[in-house]
Design a protein around this ligand. Structure first.
Ligand code: NAP
Ligand code: F7E
Length: 319
């Protein structure tokens, strides 16, 4: 019997890669999508005839229950969220409704429809925020620095709580930044790869950024969704950090991307104080020893390979 999985957030970056992994494993894949006047299926266009869709919204409890009843999943991957950190300051309440309380709505729907369903929660390194130790692991205390980080800390703990309260199989993946050619254009890696491609092709001359000193542990999204699947195949539910263990600054990202196409970033990059965040996460670097040891998970793409892949993809798209 093939297993059945329901992915919330299937139209997002991670949802599209995860759907590919699950289809390769022979799963019946369902995607939960929210109603919009224009469909946002661009990232899953190539999978449309292999995935079944059900409408639902994290704000609407009955729609989550109906989605579970319709799909009948063995596994639910809870990826849907308001995921852009700056928007969490301009829309803090909506971010909490989606990214925090939305997790409880989904867990309650699972508990009522079939508590044996295995659940993956998309937790985030943003929960570490003003970091208490370096590198960060599963036991590092949280100190979130944005309404998004605070909402994710809630989502994390409510997943742990449903595991401890009801014995449900809830796993929380504390994923560090992961990127790809399918990354939203507003995130810094994609903004840089798209900007470099536009400058190289003569479409524009400048790229305006915010804080160049922030450091992140950037990995490849297609690697990270494999970790999500591995967590739900384990004998017991647990929480795992997923990261490369290597950190780079935004300036190093810019140097690498411009250097790859033979340009000097100092000729093109401007900074704008309006892009500086009210509170910044200065340094992230993860210790994924537990995921390596218990799940056998490894990253396959390093920072330079990732940046080059993204620049190549944007050059091809825009050419
Ligand atoms: P993304 O590209 O922004 O995708 C977010 C998805 O959530 C989209 O499919 C979006 O649907 C859906 N969504 C948003 N609000 C919804 C609602 N109210 N009801 C139903 N669906 C809704 O995010 P991602 O990068 O793939 O990340 C996936 C998850 O991992 C998110 O929870 C994110 O916070 C978390 N995370 C990401 C990273 C990272 O570096 N990428 C790291 C750690 C954790 P539409 O297409 O309709 O907008
Ligand atoms: O910013 C700096 C910015 O928006 C990275 C989400 O997937 O990963 C992501 O959150 C850094 C920050 O990602 C610009 O200040 C400089 O320090 O790409 P980002 P993020 O905020 O780290 C975590 C793990 C998630 O969970 C989130 O969902 O880059 N930066 N200049 C800039 N950032 C942006 N976006 N734009 C700039 O112009």
């Amino acid at each position: 019997m093939p297993k059945t999985a329901l992915i919330t957030g299937i139209t997002g970056q991670d949802g599209s890669y995860l759907a590919e992994v699950l289809l390769e494993q022979g799963y019946d894949v369902w995607g939960m999508v929210r109603r919009a006047s224009t469909e946002s299926y661009e990232r899953i266009e190539h999978l449309r005839d292999r995935v079944r869709f059900v409408q639902g919204d994290l704000l609407d409890q009955p729609s989550l229950t109906s989605a579970l009843l319709q799909a009948g999943p063995d596994e639910v991957y809870g990826l849907a969220a308001q995921s852009f950190v700056p928007t969490s300051w301009s829309q803090p309440v909506l971010t909490a409704e989606f990214t925090a309380v939305g997790v409880t709505r989904l867990l309650e729907a699972i508990r009522q429809v079939n508590p044996a369903i295995r659940f993956y929660q998309a937790s985030s390194s943003e929960m570490f925020g003003k970091v208490r130790e370096t590198p960060q692991n599963e036991l590092t205390p949280f100190h979130p620095r944005s309404p998004y980080g605070v909402a994710k800390a809630y989502g994390h703990y409510i997943s742990v709580n449903y595991r401890e309260s009801y014995g449900m199989f809830c796993c929380s993946g504390i994923l560090f930044n992961h990127e790809s050619p399918r990354r939203g254009l507003e995130f810094v890696t994609r903004k840089v790869s798209d900007g470099v491609a536009r400058i190289k092709l003569g479409m524009t001359d400048t790229l305006t950024l915010g804080n160049l000193d922030a450091r992140r542990d950037w990995g490849y999204a297609a690697d990270y969704v494999r970790a999500m699947w591995l967590m739900l195949q384990a004998d017991t539910a647990d929480d795992y950090v997923v990261a490369t263990g290597v950190t780079h600054s935004v300036q190093e990202l810019v140097e690498t991307a411009f250097g790859y196409v033979g340009l000097d970033w100092r000729d093109h990059v401007r900074t704008d104080p309006a892009l500086i965040r009210p509170a910044e996460v200065d340094l992230l670097v993860g210790d994924a020893s537990k995921a390596h040891g218990e799940l056998g998970w490894e990253a396959t793409v390093d920072f330079t390979g990732l940046v080059q892949m993204m620049v190549d993809a944007d050059l091809e798209r825009l050419s």
